[in-house]
Design a protein around this ligand. Structure first.
Ligand code: UDP
Ligand code: MG
Length: 322
């Protein structure tokens, strides 16, 4: 069995209602494109029967496969597991809730044929998201652009098609705190955007509550920027300069013998500096914690079982410690 031309990787966390429709639309698009393909569902520790659903689909059609992680590892890890396990020359990654329309793959494939290694889908509009999510996402992408030295495209999710060089490069990046849209930009090569309108979720609800979004944003920032660490240096310089001037003022006042006032100023500065110092220790902690996670060198995810696919005689053994 030769490798398929394209693999489509779909991380799923409690997406049981979306799986049949997803499969139907994907298979239709890929068949119409006339390419050999495999669809790789990754079950990221679902508790709603998603695994059973995807394993059943895989049993019906050898072009469908399912990989089950041993627990919920989070979207970015599930996606990594899928890309690691994909056998196609080109690898597409997309969400399983049909917010990334499979129909866009046709256009993305034609870009890949033109020689682009990374084709990313860029949202020209987003439907069915809260005003808060839209505003924070807008701010986040612009901030990342300013504060990082990688050219991370604005308003893109993880919906991407990668060519063989980009896939190999991506697989070589084994960091734990992953911001995949940044990592696929970091690899370089020829990149291009195709734009689309992001529809609302078909079924179910978002798996990214505010707390997870904040974690994700911090991972993104710390993996691609040292600006927060350097904040201390700049604040330190600024405050020291001010302190130096202020000491001169205090000395002059002392010489003139008018030095009783100042309780308010003293308290104000003490509290302010205390706050700034604690905040910067916190920034150090964010980086330190991530360094600790990296040096432990744990595997990024663990696979508990796999289902489907063609006969596995020539397939390489899955390496759970990747
Ligand atoms: N997902 C996952 N593991 C998680 C959370 C989410 O694999 O821990 C999957 C989810 O099933 C979906 C994709 O990641 O296919 C994007 O999640 P979601 O649609 O909830 O994010 P949103 O579109 O709201 O940002
Ligand atoms: Mg979604």
């Amino acid at each position: 069995m030769s490798a398929p031309e394209i693999s489509v990787v779909l991380p799923c966390f409690n997406e049981v209602e979306n799986i049949p429709e997803l499969r139907r639309r994907l298979v239709a698009v890929l068949e119409a494109a006339g390419r050999s393909f495999e669809v790789v569902f990754v079950d990221d520790g679902s508790r709603d029967g998603s695994w059973e659903a995807m394993a059943a689909q895989a049993a019906e059609d050898p072009r469908l496969r399912a990989i089950r992680l041993s627990r919920n590892f989070g979207h970015q890890m599930a996606l990594t597991a899928g890309v690691d396990g994909a056998r196609g020359r080109l690898v597409a990654v997309m969400d399983a809730d049909l917010q990334d329309p499979p129909e866009l793959l046709a256009e993305m494939l034609s870009k890949a044929d033109e020689g682009y290694e990374v084709v990313y889908a860029q949202r020209s509009a987003r439907e069915g998201e809260s005003a808060f999510k839209l505003a924070t996402a807008h701010l986040f992408y612009r901030l990342m652009r300013r504060w990082t030295n990688v050219d991370i495209p604005v308003d893109t999710g993880d919906f991407r098609l990668m060519g063989p060089k980009a896939v190999a490069a991506f697989r070589s990046l084994r960091e734990r705190h992953r911001f995949i849209r940044g990592m696929t930009a970091w690899v370089g090569f020829r990149q291009v955007a195709v734009s689309y309108v992001r529809p609302p979720r078909l079924h179910g609800e978002t798996k990214f509550p505010l707390r997870r979004m904040v974690r994700f944003a911090l991972d993104a920032l710390t993996s691609f920027s040292h600006v927060p660490l350097q904040l201390g240096t700049w604040l330190g310089f600024g405050v020291s300069l001010f302190a130096f001037l202020y000491i001169l003022v205090v000395l002059v006042l002392k010489v003139l013998g008018i030095n009783e006032r100042g309780w308010t100023t003293l308290m104000g500065w003490m509290l302010l500096l205390g706050g700034v110092q604690l905040m910067l220790i916190g920034v150090l902690g964010e980086y330190l914690g991530r360094i600790y996670d990296e040096v432990k060198r744990r595997p990024l995810y663990l696979v508990s079982e796999e289902a489907g696919g063609p006969e596995r005689d020539t397939a390489p053994e899955a390496d759970p410690a990747r």
